[in-house]
Design a protein around this ligand. Structure first.
Ligand code: 16G
Ligand code: MG
Length: 560
């Protein structure tokens, strides 16, 4: 902490905000001119080099958030996920380990854009009075960062902001995003009957591995030979995976970790990682020569902060046309929802298992799921999916990009433990459900925990790649980016499936889509990049390009 005179006691703040120290902080971490930041679906995300002022200011807000929640611990994660290495970002985590309460996002945006210290103080004062925050309540914040080179400098600004507010701080160091979410929840439930786990990184590995070992102990492995090849995106998922594996005997999980270089500049997410594989629908660059391919070999990719995972395999030798097969977030959701709803039936308990997707979910996956469980569609962004999933007793949610998890309500978890089983099969199902609720990171999508979940189900089903892949055939689909003058004029309704603005554009899109057989297309502004995204899906592969281009052209023309 380099700021002089930082106060260490919350009580000293009873009379109001430490205005003088905030002024010094704003001077030490000046807001770059000519940049407008937005706190959106994934917090603030942009070039790491310009983010110190954002980190200092969001830290102030986090301390207020903790005070608002009666001193519970909240979290801050420094990461830009799957973005290029020079990007970075900051995301706030609420006390139950979920995303920051949406109504606070606007205050974050105002605070990071305030041009003077006075303006910043008045944003904070508005927040304090609108939320009736008692400044003398203590604050507690835990923060962590990924492997990006700018992370070290940015966590210093975070620490300075927290010190300004006299918050109790825990520097969790290098962590995956889901580990930070886990820590927040574990810290706040420690010592209660809902204790989520030991609030340490080691506690996280112990929780996941012991649940996994309970679930696979008596199963022979469908994936152990050949080993599962894991692309760690050269990010924080690499050390985390290696630490997790220390808790799991090799006979229960054999892994070959690839793209684990967290030191060489420029390699993070570069030609590898879940986003690269999903967007390009191909193997990580260089795999053709780096892996010795064995038929039936499973592969998966994490993203840069290890909160996404996609699986894939090859139907023929690497490089051969059409041999690459992707098993994305939709396929994982289908695998999990199908398996879990079956277990619930076997257990003989009355619980509603549901699935939550976004408009990006492949139409075939939605059809497959609807034949098994109720399905809800929400706008893009984890916070929407997460809250919709909470409405089911057991809510499976996944975005097609591989971010997702399963939420078990308190009553569901109680039912697993308290129901008297009617048969040995029902008893086994109840034990499995109990262990699954421990295995799955219920705070947020988690590549490590999701990977173990997939392994458990594949072993239970004794499935190889084709069997899982065969659940349904993805409809051909395409995603295009269109650069426009102002993406904020594009406004959507019906979970982003229809545009309400610019006027008349949706009708034109409907007309174009109507010309193709069983086709679907929608347009939405990106929440993380300055562009509009066009999604198109057709039943006939040969028609896909033409539909996607036609809709993209309509968007371009509307911007003229
Ligand atoms: C963020 C979201 C992710 C979403 C993506 C869409 C969180 C934690 N992350 O990465 O869920 O899929 O944005 O990006 O909510 P887009 O708005 O640029 O298409
Ligand atoms: Mg991520």
């Amino acid at each position: 902490m380099s700021l002089p005179g930082a106060i260490s006691s919350a009580a000293a703040m009873a009379d109001g905000l430490p205005v003088q120290i905030i002024e010094e902080g704003v001077k030490e971490y000046p807001k770059p001119e000519n940049i407008t930041f937005t706190y959106g679906t994934a917090g603030v995300r942009t070039k790491g080099a310009v983010l110190e002022s954002v980190c200092y200011r969001i830290a102030l807000i986090s301390a207020l958030r903790s005070k608002r929640l009666g001193g519970k611990t909240v979290g801050l994660m420094v990461t830009a996920s799957h973005n290029p290495e020079e990007d970075n970002g900051l995301k706030a985590v609420d006390s139950r380990g979920e995303m920051l309460e949406a109504s606070w996002e606007a205050y974050c945006t105002q605070a990071v854009n305030a041009s003077t210290a006075q303006e910043l103080v008045s944003v904070l004062e508005n927040l304090i009075s609108a939320n009736k925050i008692n400044l003398s309540t203590p604050a507690s914040v835990v923060y962590a960062h990924d492997t990006r080179p700018t992370s070290t400098m940015l966590i210093k600004a975070v620490a300075a902001g927290l010190a300004t507010m006299g918050a109790h701080i825990t520097d969790a160091g290098l962590k995956t995003t889901p580990q930070l979410h886990y820590l927040v929840k574990a810290l706040n439930t420690q010592g209660t009957e809902d204790a989520y786990g030991e609030p340490t990184e080691e506690g996280y590995y112990k929780k996941l591995s012991s649940a996994y070992l309970k679930l696979v102990a008596d199963k022979t492995s469908a994936t152990a030979t050949p080993p599962l090849i894991v692309d760690c995106a050269n990010g924080v998922g690499a050390p985390a995976l290696l630490s997790l594996l220390k808790h799991i005997p090799e006979k229960h999980l054999t892994i070959k970790a690839m793209r684990t270089d967290t030191k060489t500049p420029g390699v993070l997410n570069n030609g590898c990682g879940a986003d690269y594989v999903k967007s390009n629908q191909r193997l990580p660059a260089g795999y053709e020569k780096d892996i010795s391919y064995v038929p039936g070999q499973w592969m998966c990719s994490f993203d840069g902060d290890a909160d996404r995972i996609v699986y894939y395999y090859l139907r023929g030798p690497p490089g051969q046309k059409d041999s690459f097969r992707l098993l994305d977030g939709d396929k994982i959701a289908s695998l999990a929802a199908d398996y879990i709803s079956e277990l619930v039936k076997k257990a003989g308990i009355e619980l509603q298992v549901g699935c939550v997707q976004t408009a990006y979910a492949n139409g075939s996956s939605t059809k497959y799921l609807k034949q098994r469980v109720p399905v809800t569609c929400t706008p893009t962004g984890v916070k929407y999916l997460h809250h919709a999933a909470e409405r089911y007793d057991i809510g499976v949610y996944f975005e097609a990009n591989g971010h997702g998890t399963v939420l078990f309500s308190t009553s569901a978890q109680r039912a697993f433990k308290e129901t008297s089983p009617a048969s040995p099969a029902a008893e086994d199902a109840l034990h499995q459900l109990t262990a699954l609720a421990e295995l799955i990171n219920q705070t947020v999508g988690d590549a490590l925990s999701d990977m173990l979940l997939v392994e458990v189900i594949l072993r239970a089903r004794q499935w190889g790649p084709e069997a899982w892949d065969g659940a349904y055939e993805d409809l051909p689909n395409k995603l295009l980016k269109v650069n426009v003058k102002d993406r904020f004029i594009f406004k959507t309704e019906d979970a982003e499936r229809r545009l309400v603005s610019p006027p008349g554009l949706q009708e034109k899109i409907d007309e174009v889509v109507g010309k193709y057989k069983d086709a679907r297309s929608f347009v939405r502004p990106s929440g993380t990049e300055d562009c509009v995204r066009v999604y198109a899906e057709t039943s006939l592969a040969g028609e896909l390009d033409s539909l996607a281009k036609a809709v993209a052209k309509l968007v371009q023309d509307s911007d003229a």
